[in-house]
Design a protein around this ligand. Structure first.
Ligand SMILES: Nc1ncnc2c1ncn2[C@@H]1O[C@H](COP(=O)(O)OP(=O)(O)OP(=O)(O)O)[C@@H](O)[C@H]1O
Ligand SMILES: [Mg+2]
Length: 503
């Protein structure tokens, strides 16, 4: 039989089957059709070595969509659905991709797991509902059918299905838009204050690749985060809540907040930015923490300022703390804010309880980050080992960090050594400037600014910073000398007074 002849035969057989099926659908009443299907299935399963498992869209109560069905749909959308001939497009809320494609009804796709082939079919049955309901339920019931050979029963049941469900959930989390939550106080009925979270879409573009810091240190942090993310079993084994605390410290503008954003983008975690000064008391703090979700980063910025609950940020450049103690100098708005914040009764022990206590495990997989400019001023209880698992110092801009900024801002490849780099390297070794300062200087100010101009701007800035530092150092040593001289004279005078003669 020739090839063409064979295809025409197959075509006519298919046409006959489709015609018979159409007749069957048209002339047989639904209950008879169901009976015929039931017996056909029985016969088929008796003869076939293949096993089928179904996953209905609505398990039990029709109102709630089955999590397994959604996970399978997501898994198949990302893996094999695209090989289907007919696809369905859906707009999914809070998803990064505006339209999600999945296989259409009655489509079948195959998948492979550890060398074993399986088939997924999306089925639909239509039922006539007799009962009256306030929720007009659709008559259609969709379900996935998974088919595989009998000999792989154990592998599929114990490994493949859990793998599909886990992957599906993970992909869904990855595809969703991240949220940035912040706490605020709303006044409810009868005037009581209720703390609650409100959120916006988290859109900070920071990534570890664009974060300027020493490569080794960066890699260490990334590995630590990966270990944490994959550590569910480890934490269960050692009987510890699945959470990790980071203390980020360093001068202003060294990238503490940027690093938090990079962590969130890296881990795909939501961020809960907790403003401690607007939490009324420990009970309110606990309520807020219970309302946070898993896979999140809880951030308390400037913990040194938050805990004394004055609500004011210290003057960070000179680190002398609250500068304007003189009431007359105070901005009236700031004054009022401070007065309000004095109502906050969150205590250090209340905060520690929420981080470490029995409530701390309620959200599950969670990172807690504290930031401060003054690590020495923190209460030892807050940073004792075991509480904040990792202390990360973000420091002044080194040459390695500068190279990352040059790539970010000027598109200068790390390997392409610009002829001005050696001057920058020398100057960065001599003065302390923050990555924020460097970034500001090398950012092109106009379209005509090329990398040469930007680097020269930076060099000029570094040289003037160096000069300023030298002058300050000179002044300092002059004052020191003067003081020493005064002290020496004082001693000598005392010597004269005590002994009546000069030694
Ligand atoms: N290490 C860095 N890598 C890349 N950009 C940085 C870095 N540090 C600072 N920047 C730039 O400087 C700006 C300020 O940095 P950031 O807000 O992260 O500093 P910070 O340490 O949180 O300061 P503060 O103590 O005042 O809160 C950022 O928007 C970013 O553009
Ligand atoms: Mg910050």
């Amino acid at each position: 039989m020739g090839f063409e002849e064979m295809w025409s035969k197959i075509g006519s057989i298919m046409a006959t089957i489709m015609f018979m099926y159409a007749m069957f659908e048209k002339f047989f009443p639904p209950h008879l059709r169901m009976n015929v299907q039931k017996y056909t299935h029985k016969l088929a399963s008796f003869l076939s070595p293949y096993i089928q498992i179904t996953f209905p869209e609505f398990a039990g109560e029709r109102l709630k969509r089955s999590e397994a069905f959604t996970a399978i749909q997501t898994y198949l959308s990302a893996t094999s659905s695209l090989s289907a001939k007919r696809l369905k497009a859906e707009v999914v809320k809070d998803s990064q991709t505006p339209v999600v494609l999945s296989m259409d009804d009655s489509e079948e796709v195959s998948d492979e797991f550890k060398g074993v082939k399986v088939w997924w079919l999306l089925n639909k049955t239509t039922l006539k509902t007799q009962s009256f309901s306030f929720y007009p339920a659709s008559d259609e019931k969709r379900y996935y059918t998974l088919s595989f050979h009998n000999r792989y029963r154990d592998l599929i049941a114990h490994s493949y299905i859990p793998h599909v469900l886990e992957e599906g959930k993970a992909i869904k989390i990855k595809n969703r838009q991240l949220k940035l939550y912040t706490n605020n106080c709303s006044t409810g009925w009868y005037g009581w204050n209720r703390a609650k979270w409100s959120n916006v879409t988290f859109e900070h573009p920071a990534r570890f690749e664009t974060l300027a810091m020493e490569p080794n240190k960066k890699e260490e942090i990334i590995n630590d985060l990966i270990k944490f993310k994959k550590g569910k079993e480890y934490y269960t084994k050692i009987g510890k809540a699945w959470k990790r605390g980071y203390l980020l410290y360093g001068p202003p503008g060294t990238g503490k907040s940027t690093m938090i954003a990079a962590m969130a983008n890296f881990l795909y975690y939501d961020v809960y930015d907790l403003e401690l000064t607007s939490v009324k008391d420990n009970t309110q703090l606990r309520t807020l923490l219970i309302e946070t979700s898993s896979k999140s980063i809880l951030v308390i910025e400037d913990i040194d300022c938050s805990l004394d609950l004055t609500g004011k940020r210290r003057n960070k450049r000179n680190g002398k703390g609250n500068q304007d103690n003189d009431e007359s100098n105070k901005d009236p708005v700031k004054n009022a804010e401070e007065e309000e914040n004095k109502d906050s009764k969150v205590t250090l022990s209340g905060l520690l309880n929420c981080i470490d206590g029995i409530w701390s495990a309620c959200a599950g997989e969670r990172i807690i980050v504290f930031t401060t400019n003054f690590v020495d001023k923190l209460d030892p209880a807050l940073i004792r080992s075991g509480r904040m698992d990792k202390h990360i110092e973000l420091s002044y801009c080194c040459f390695e960090a500068f190279k990352v900024l040059a790539t970010n801002y000027l598109d200068i490849d790390d390997h392409h050594h610009h002829h001005l780099f050696s001057i920058v390297e020398r100057l960065l070794g001599e003065v302390n400037v923050t990555p924020a300062d460097v970034a500001e200087k090398i950012m092109p100010k106009s379209n005509s600014d090329d990398s040469e101009i930007c680097l020269k701007n930076l060099i000029e800035f570094l040289e003037s910073a160096k000069k300023k530092k030298e002058e300050e150092d000179e002044e300092e040593s002059r004052l020191k000398e003067e003081k020493e001289r005064e002290n020496g004279e004082l001693k000598n005078n005392n010597g004269v007074k005590e002994n009546g003669f000069i030694h």
